[in-house]
Ligand binder design. Sequence first.
Ligand code: HQG
Length: 180
Amino acid sequence: MAKTSTELSKFLSFVLRHKPDAIGLTLDAQGWADVADLIERANAAGTRFELADLEAVVETNDKKRFTLSDDGKRIRAAQGHSVTVELDLPPQTPPDILYHGTADRFLPSILSQGLTPQGRHQVHLSRDRATAHAVGQRHGKPVILSVDAAAMQSAGNTFHVADNGVWLTDHVPPAFLTIA
Ligand code: HQG
């Protein structure tokens, strides 16, 4: 039976970000998987869907989590990996202020160590407060932090934008954080 688009999105996140091995899939160094191979292996492993289902998820996913290559033959997760990938995103100049949503219980640790990637490759930041609020709410009572991205860049830190507009950086030291 075909998966719902939410189930399929979760499955794709699982194999493209975290566990390609679960279905014997191989990602290249930049995180791309061959679409035909992915579909064949997923179906063989019992997660049944077709190319049209996958294309619909890529197109309609609320956070644009997945990117198809221009020729449509390869797919990757835009961000959020725990497997080692080099997304090869060029460094970009961020807006002066970026936002990060978290839960209030993490504040003492964040204010002493800064924002660290935890289980992901990099720290995830957004250009708008509403997104940060929604991200923070996933963890508990939300708190929005402002990141002085302009000052961070002046201090030599590098920023990248994922294919879906999420801003990424390695570490935000506490000096650049303010409770917004
Ligand atoms: C917190 C979702 C203690 C950090 C969203 C966060 C996002 C610390 C949690 C994307 C800390 C990690 C990423 C420190 C950071 N001490 N806690 N020093 N530094 N934290 O889920 O940013 O659905 O890994 O504040 O929309 O919440 O996956 O990161 O609360 O874009 O597509 O540790 O995940 O997108 O949590 O979310 P996460 P995140 P997807």
